[in-house]
Ligand binder design. Sequence first.
Ligand code: A2P
Length: 356
Amino acid sequence: MGYKVAVVGATGAVGREILRILAERNFPIDEIVALASARSVGREVSFGDKKVLKVQNLETFDFGGWDLALFSPGGAVSAKYAPRAAAKGCIVVDNTSHFRMEPGVPLVVPEVNASALKKARRGIIANPNCSTAQMMVALKPLHDLFDIQRVVVSTYQAVSGAGKSGMDELYHQTKGSFVHDAPEVSQFTKQIAFNVIPHIDRFMDDGATKEEWKMTVETRKILDPDIKVLATCVRVPVFIGHSEAISIECAKPIDLDAAYKALRAAPGVIVRDEREDGGYVTPLECVGDDDTYISRLRIDPTVENGLAFWCVADNLRKGAALNAVQIAESLDKQKLLGPDTPLGKPVERPEEPPED
Ligand code: A2P
């Protein structure tokens, strides 16, 4: 049996990738609809190699009778329309940060906590922040082995994390520099071409940015509420592929061989660590891949039970679209999708968080 699936934000960077991955992985679909703003009605988007969909208007769309909606239209739009879809019995997998920390909304990386899906009491499941998702895939096998207490992470995040307009800005600034055009800055706070910007999302009262806060609180919700995380999130002039330099401090002594073995066996992880020129993975090499790559694994001798490594993944795939589709696959596998399942019933008051 196939499902009726809606892709919301289908003209955006993540929405297009969701359509590509649904087709690529043969997700069981009977009917699919592409939704975006009124601006895009009638535009065409590809669903796999053979099918083209005409974009419809989210505002006037009726989610009644639809099984699943994969949302990536931005936080404010999800906030308004995801509860409307859930109220009609359509399960929402939302890519924005809007619902992530709310009670009754599971935040899921299927390799780590797929069992949380059945607790989606509001009919909404949240996809984590792109930087959190790849870090969770890498940390899970290490946490199981060594009991991680603290994480220090610096990110090197691609402009596609800021959507299609972020990619356009890097492209235009780079091109413009060759004809000496003054760079136009709108998506980022400073010129991003030939630069790095230590600022993603808004500043919080304690001096951290919201992106850094997300990595902390989302790690606790997904992996372990006791882990401490210090993140520094940085935008770099890379189109696709987030990189992270991660250091962990653990309760148990580190066995480097055991760490390699666990990472090599972990779902969604590929270790490439040759300790020689080029024996590591860079973001350019992971574009279009589903896996999270680990390189530069080494003992951190500056703390007790410390381990450091380099982690790279395609932010549009594992960091967003792929993880969302994997959540859909996991819902299907756990028989949680469709009108006759506990989650497939209309949610009476999806706006109100239940008591946790
Ligand atoms: P549209 O192209 O019609 O603006 P990105 O993050 O790559 O910028 O993509 C954002 C996606 O969210 C696009 O598909 C965009 O559609 C969609 N979107 C933005 N605002 C709305 C809205 N008010 N209603 C529906 N879709 C929206």
